[in-house]
Ligand binder design. Structure first.
Ligand code: NAD
Length: 260
């Protein structure tokens, strides 16, 4: 799958899944902006991929900040030559039972996942429409875009919401050759998930091994974690698929957890 000289912005790309997507896109020939709240880590991740700074740049960007997103996208387009692909991937997880869920934490999670996706989408679309060379927007959903789990009310709400956003972008973007799709991974062992294992063990009163076996991987066909590379390849597939035949869709990448 070739992404030769396409410019891809990947949010939350200083860690985990986003970092793996950045690596896969660079291997496929893309120019990449590693955008992340953690500016230092973004710069380091970019430098590791391209020491010259000509094809990969790190950009400090809080996706919940309208000013930072608009300025960051301007800088990326000016430095790398436009924007062809947005992978809206930045995310956080906060777990608690609903009757005990702190309102500020609820709003924080929705802001990162939904405000972040909206702001990055709007900025990317403005560049894509003006460039007149189409584009592809990929949202990092989750099996939780389709399915619920206890303790994850705002996450499940936000991840379901991304599918709605992608469908609207697919409809509005079609006239401009812009496609939008959602990837829905199962559990991937990233810092976001490592943090949840002891938290869930405590909330549910079970061992960490039981959280992995009986909660996270229980409904897979083979008891295995999805890998960062699995998700990166699926993202590359959407990004490099060049017709409107594939738009407004969501793809579950999860070892069979949730079959539609
Ligand atoms: P991670 O914690 O390893 O990486 C998330 C990155 O997002 C971090 O670098 C962090 O600094 C960045 N980030 C957080 N808030 C931000 C903000 N406001 N602005 C910009 N960047 C911000 O997590 P991950 O597991 O790689 O998750 C990436 C995405 O994949 C998330 O949207 C997550 O919900 C989704 N996802 C993860 C899994 C999984 O099992 N790991 C499964 C399904 C979906």
């Amino acid at each position: 799958m070739s992404m030769k000289d396409k410019v891809a912005v990947i949010t939350g790309a200083a860690s985990g899944i986003g970092k793996g997507i950045a690596e896969a896109f660079v291997r496929a020939g893309a120019k990449v902006a590693v955008a992340d709240l953690n500016a230092e880590a973004a710069a380091a991740a970019a430098k590791a991929l391209d020491a010259t700074g000509q094809r990969v740049i790190g950009v400090g960007m809080d996706v919940t900040s309208e000013a930072q997103v608009d300025a960051g996208m301007e800088k990326i387009a000016a430095t790398l030559g436009g924007i062809d692909v947005l992978v809206s991937n930045a995310g956080v997880q906060i777990v608690a039972p609903l009757d005990d869920f702190d309102f500020a934490q609820w709003k924080k999670l929705l802001a990162v996942h939904l405000d972040g996706a909206f702001l990055c989408t709007r900025a990317a679309l403005r560049h894509m429409y003006a460039q007149k060379r189409g584009g592809s927007i990929i949202y990092m959903g989750s099996v939780h875009s389709k399915e619920a789990s206890v303790l994850k009310a705002p996450y499940v709400t936000a991840k379901h919401g991304l599918i709605g956003l992608a469908k609207v972008v697919a409809k509005e973007g079609a006239a401009h050759g812009v496609r939008a799709n959602v990837i829905c991974p199962g559990f991937v062992r990233t810092p976001l998930v490592e943090k949840q294992i002891p938290e869930q063990a405590k909330e549910l009163g079970i061992s960490e091994a039981a959280v992995i076996k009986n909660v996270m991987l229980k409904q897979t066909v083979d008891g295995e974690f999805t890998t960062i590379e699995d998700v990166a390849q699926a993202t590359l597939f959407f990004a490099s698929f060049e017709s409107n035949a594939l738009t407004g869709q969501s793809l579950v990448v999860s070892h069979g957890w949730f079959m539609q």
